[in-house]
Design a protein around this ligand. Structure first.
Ligand code: ADP
Ligand code: GLC
Length: 502
């Protein structure tokens, strides 16, 4: 089976969050299971400069659409054995601008990208780069590439395309590519006449279009798959989710267990594993305290946050709770994150008031993130919603116990500490989106750290032993591809169910 991943992000080339991690690791895991996966992503200007030495020019083709003809250049490299194609076409890709820029410009560039993807696939199928390679499945991710299933639907009677299937993975429903109608018109994209799209007035919504037209869809945890049926999480697209319910599943994300391994992580000073973490792990905390100019104190519980600073992540209601914890306990805090300037600023105020025990770093650094996972005792993930969340998975892998809100993938992956007889748990879980819950739960975690060290360490041991590899999810994706191919044969998606919304 040949599968083409089509995505705005892929680590290490371009990553702003978990989407980059997933597209950076799932294709290789699928290849290990015998699936011929390749990736196609835009060539952002900065990526071109940074990875210049690794990219080979592959081929060129002219791409025609209503607004004119564009020159499309394809470059190629290999990452962990996965062929990765980069699409360059000025002014959309290859000039300035990293992954996301201005909201209008992004809609225009990703409509362009989705269209140019189709012509690039045609070229690949005709042998533009080595032996002809034509995919069986197009696997697209989030709104940026969600137009592709519709373009495939439009091509379904063209020779070669009849049997191609599409799969859409929803990593984040809150970003949709709204009101893209003008850009779709400029590109000459035909009308989206799916009755449910028309009925729900989503014909100009790029993610909505993908949900309507993809043969199969999934999101990145079972709990979030349920959540997306309701307005609180569905963000206006819950009606379409109900309509597509028979074709929609939740598949939990995995992580790259080899690369994210505290025993071999090149970014941390003191490697450790599940057998020696009780003595070795704390050395990373002491090193991190020096790096951050915090008091070197092995016994002070260190709370870590590594997060995009956006509304989703719940930082605003967290701040008062954190302040109280810092005022009342000997805990220390390190925050690494970037995003919305107002939220960044709100976080910074913690350091202004608690400078001797709190460090807030506004920025993005993969290596520092690893040192935080390896040095912190607790990792706070208080998200309002979290389709899966990788932070808590990496935290557990590194023996930092997650303190999370019970939503989406956080609910599916963190087992709450039971301080009764059960002796179970891999973290601390709260429900309410309020500072009191953050405060109370952190106090509970800190008390456990101080007063029940053996219990705390057993939780660390348990969490470090969990297998978060892609092994299970890859099997689920392969089944999804198989079922999409069944639906893909002769193309027609289910154009029925008008008004089936409860
Ligand atoms: P999301 O995709 O919503 O941001 P995830 O938890 O799925 O959330 O993934 C976040 C990923 O990005 C994790 O690998 C996390 O370590 C990383 N990350 C987030 N912010 C930063 C940052 N400022 N510096 C380094 N890594 C970060
Ligand atoms: C999104 C979600 C996050 C998920 C990631 C990868 O960015 O916010 O929860 O882990 O995608 O699927």
């Amino acid at each position: 089976m040949r599968v083409l991943f089509i995505s705005a992000e892929m680590a290490p080339f371009a990553k702003t969050g978990g989407l980059g991690d997933v597209v950076g690791s799932l294709p290789r895991a699928l290849r290990d299971k015998g699936i011929d996966v390749r990736v196609l992503m835009p060539l952002y200007g900065p990526v071109k400069s940074l990875f210049h030495d690794q990219l080979d020019y592959a081929f060129w083709h002219p791409f025609h659409r209503r607004s004119g003809t564009a020159d499309v250049y394809i470059h190629v490299t290999e990452q962990d054995g996965v062929p990765v194609y980069f699409l360059e076409s000025w002014p959309f890709f290859g000039a300035g601008g990293y992954v996301y820029t201005d909201v209008n410009w992004d809609r225009e560039r990703f409509v362009f990208f989705s269209q140019a993807v189709m012509s690039t696939i045609r070229e690949l199928g005709q042998g533009a780069h080595g032996d002809p390679w034509f995919p069986d499945v197009l696997h697209v991710h989030d709104w940026h590439t969600a137009l592709v299933p519709f373009l495939l639907h439009e091509s379904r009677f063209s020779p070669g395309w009849e049997d191609v299937a599409s799969v859409l993975t929803i990593h984040n429903m809150a970003y949709q590519g709204w009101e893209a109608g003008g850009y779709l018109w400029m590109g000459g994209v035909p009308g989206r006449h799916h009755p449910d799209l028309v009925y729900q007035e989503k014909t100009d919504n790029l993610l909505g279009i993908g949900i309507a037209y993809a043969h199969k869809l999934n999101t990145v945890s079972p709990r979030h798959a349920t959540e997306l049926h309701y307005p609180r999480f569905g963000e206006g697209l819950e009606g379409l989710i109900w309509v597509r319910d028979p074709d929609f599943v939740g598949i939990l994300n995995g992580i790259d267990m080899q690369r994210l391994d505290p025993a071999t992580d090149p970014h941390i000073a003191h490697p450790y594993d599940v057998t020696n973490f009780r003595t070795e792990r704390v050395k990373n905390k002491l090193a991190l305290q020096v790096e951050l100019s915090l008091e070197q104190n092995a016994g002070a519980p260190l709370i870590g946050i590594v997060s995009r600073m956006v509304e989703q992540k719940g930082m605003d209601f967290t701040v008062p709770g954190l302040r109280r914890v810092l005022a009342e306990t000997n805990a220390q805090l390190v925050v690494l994150g970037t995003g919305d300037p107002a939220i960044e600023q709100h976080m910074r105020t913690i350091e202004w008031d608690f400078g001797w025990k709190a460090r807030v770093i506004v920025g993005y650094s993969g290596p520092l993130a690893q040192r935080i996972y390896a040095g912190a005792d607790l990792m706070l993930v208080p998200s309002r919603y979290e389709p899966c969340g990788l932070t808590q998975l990496v935290a557990m892998r590194y023996g930092a116990l997650p303190v999370v809100r019970e939503t989406g993938g956080l609910a599916d992956t963190v087992v709450n500490y039971d301080n009764g007889a059960a002796d179970e748990g891999t973290g601390f879980v709260f429900q309410w989106e309020e500072s009191g819950a953050v405060y109370g739960t952190l106090r509970w975690a800190i008390n456990t750290y101080h007063q029940r060290r053996a219990v705390f360490e057993r939780m660390q041991q348990r969490s470090m032993r969990i297998d978060w590899s892609w092994d299970r999810p890859t099997g689920q994706y392969i089944s999804l591809y198989d079922s999409a191919l069944q639906r893909g044969r002769r193309g027609l998606v289910n154009l029925t169910s008008l008004g089936k919304v409860p």
